[in-house]
Design a protein around this ligand. Structure first.
Ligand SMILES: *[C@@H]1O[C@H](CO)[C@@H](O)[C@H](O)[C@H]1NC(C)=O
Ligand SMILES: *[C@@H]1O[C@H](CO)[C@@H](O)[C@H](O)[C@H]1NC(C)=O
Length: 202
């Protein structure tokens, strides 16, 4: 299974926005992240529209490769890859990247919702039938052909300049779903990973 590096995979692993302070004041701005399958059709379309907006805004950071704000997130992920995987910074880094992505959807693309996530255990063993991959109210389905280009859904025509890996080459968004491998997204596997993290934290 290979999703567009972080847009699909990581935001859907995210749970809540980082909480920085211990304060007794009540929240005035609610930013509740919800699972994709619980969103209304209108909420789903609003998220997709915001993501497509990010794909049209010009890049600002001066990094090599990105044409759009969307590409910049992917590039930052590529640049950080070697230092933020297989180390303790893994979760904080990805949470922060997702938080930045969510904030920019809200501040630059007028998105009023929160970053949704994929409740993967619901679809374990059957990712290809997930509502997340719907062609209209989701991210499009499986890739096709030798290049596994996603050829339906809202992002089928996006020309991505970042990757594979460190390369800068124009290519489609590709996806190859392996329903068998997706069985490992079952709740028991999540519980196992959490138990491992907790045992290391102690
Ligand atoms: C967001 O809203 C502001 C204020 O209405 C508007 O000027 C701006 O063009 C909007 N941005 C996008 C990307 O739609
Ligand atoms: C996968 O999901 C689809 C749609 O909900 C369902 O029809 C199918 O039986 C499921 N397949 C498996 C192997 O669970």
């Amino acid at each position: 299974m290979k999703f567009l590096a972080w847009t699909l995979a990581l935001p859907f692993f995210a749970e809540a926005a980082p909480t920085l302070a211990t304060t007794s004041e009540a929240c005035t701005i609610k930013n509740q992240r919800k699972a994709w399958h619980t969103l209304t059709r209108i909420e789903k379309l609003a998220y997709i529209t915001a993501e497509k907006c990010l794909m049209t805004l010009p890049a600002k950071l001066g990094l090599k490769g990105p044409r759009t704000r969307f590409d910049e997130f992917q590039k930052v992920h590529v640049l950080a890859t070697e230092s933020v995987h297989f180390v303790g910074a893994f979760l904080p880094f990805h949470r922060y990247l997702i938080y930045a992505h969510e904030s920019i959807l809200q501040t630059e693309c007028n998105y009023t919702g929160a970053q949704p996530y994929w409740d993967e255990p619901l679809d374990a063993g059957n990712f290809s039938s997930s509502v997340v991959l719907d062609a209209v109210t989701g991210f499009g389905g499986n890739g096709a052909g030798l290049s596994n280009c996603v050829n339906d859904g809202p992002f089928k025509d996006y020309v991505n300049a970042i990757g594979p890996f460190q390369q800068i080459t124009d290519h489609c968004i590709d996806r190859r779903i392996d329903d068998c491998a997706s069985a490992q997204a079952a709740s028991k596997d999540f519980r196992m990973v959490l138990a491992m993290v907790e045992s290391v934290d102690r």
